[in-house]
Ligand binder design. Structure first.
Ligand code: SAH
Length: 355
């Protein structure tokens, strides 16, 4: 990284203070901020004198990420991005088009250290946290690229790419405030979901932030026994502790929790598991998102058959639990977390060096 301050990590008043320190007029900060929110670099800020643009570029970064590659699904309008960070690391993002607008799925870390048995992101561990500026820049770059085609650009954000967002708590919270700042691109927190494997202390912190986002919990099991077979985090926090935090979250925020549950053949998809899950969630303000497991080459786990998925859904619904099966999108362009980055990295490794 360059060591310069990335202006995308700052709120407008902070930028104004920074400009004041450099004896730059206050209106310049608002001008630059307006450009930054369009995803522009300093050289594109046409109403600024060239000398000023050069001075700005000398002192600061106008975002540090770039779009390395875009993969467009032929089946639906899903687009998958590889973003290059300034230190050469690579992360993924996915843009999905829905009737209400477009949802961008972003990563919060390069890799992940949580070690879930079905996930590709965690295979090589966590390289580093993303900064709030990097996360914001990804949104701005995608916005810029698709705003014309899709007039509203990115309307919704899910932090469900690689990484455990609550393991990068401060940067993620700052990102949430930056991306929803009214003077910026103002994505409503109500249109933002954060998905966690269940870091209990951070869930308690999050409920005090006054950020009306949707909390999604990667549950994937109806009991501790099964959960500990696929999610190492469950050895740190029991189901009971996790559910306690979730109940408290809904009580304090008045917001419904989404439980993600990937159906895995012969592990968590029986009728008994469905009944156990329903009993666990009874009375909670929640919705269950059943996910057809995305097969990851390096992993032995197999997706549940469609009949069992349908039966699981039916049982949950009959027992009064709100649930849906997540639609698969972009399956022709490597939908599952971390797969695209891994493919890219392994191709690079197998290419002759020196290029
Ligand atoms: N670390 C966070 C967010 C990233 S994962 C979390 O655990 O929630 C985003 C979602 O994708 C999680 O629900 C995760 O469990 C799920 N996921 C990961 N690999 C998957 C796979 N191969 N098939 C289906 N869902 C998967």
């Amino acid at each position: 990284m360059s060591g310069k301050t990335d202006l995308l990590t700052l709120f407008l008043p902070e930028m104004q203070a920074l400009f004041a320190q450099e004896s730059l007029p206050k209106f310049r900060a608002a001008q630059v901020y307006g450009w930054l929110m369009k995803g522009a670099g300093f050289d594109e800020m046409k109403n600024l004198p060239a000398a000023l643009r050069a001075q700005l570029a000398e002192n600061w970064d106008a975002g540090t990420v770039r779009i390395l590659e875009v993969f467009e699904s032929r089946k639906d309008e899903t687009k998958k991005f590889l973003f290059a960070l300034s230190d050469g690391n690579i992360v993924e993002g996915v843009l999905m088009r829905y009737h209400y607008g477009s949802t961008l799925c972003i990563s919060s870390q390069v890799g992940c250290k949580m070690g879930c048995a079905f996930c590709a992101s965690t295979l090589d561990g966590c390289v580093r946290n993303l900064t709030c500026g990097e996360m914001l820049h990804m949104v701005l770059l995608v916005n810029r690229r698709y705003e014309q085609q899709d007039r509203r650009g990115v309307t919704n954000i899910v932090i469900m790419g690689s990484g455990e967002p609550l393991d990068n708590y401060d940067q993620v919270i700052r990102f949430l405030r930056l991306v929803s700042a009214p003077e910026g691109i103002a994505v409503s927190p109500r249109n933002i979901s954060l998905s966690t494997c269940g870091l209990v202390p951070e869930i308690y912190r999050l409920m005090q932030e006054d950020l009306p986002i949707t909390l999604a919990i990667s549950l994937h099991a109806p009991n501790d026994d099964i959960r500990s077979q696929i999610m190492p985090i469950s050895r740190r926090f029991s189901m009971q502790e996790l559910m306690g935090a979730c109940v408290e979250y809904t009580r304090r925020t008045k917001r419904r929790i989404v439980f993600e549950y990937a159906l895995i053949d012969r592990l968590n998809n029986s009728q008994q598991h469905a009944r156990q899950l329903a009993a666990l969630l009874r009375g909670m303000m929640c919705h269950v998102n059943l996910i057809p497991l995305n097969r990851v080459e390096e992993r032995r786990l197999m997706p549940s058959a469609k009949e069992q998925t349908d039966a699981f859904l039916k049982t949950l619904t009959a027992l009064g639990i709100s649930a849906t099966v997540r639609r698969e999108m972009g399956s022709d362009i490597q939908g599952a977390c971390g797969q695209l980055r891994r493919r890219y990295l392994s191709q690079k490794e197998s290419e002759p060096s020196g290029g």
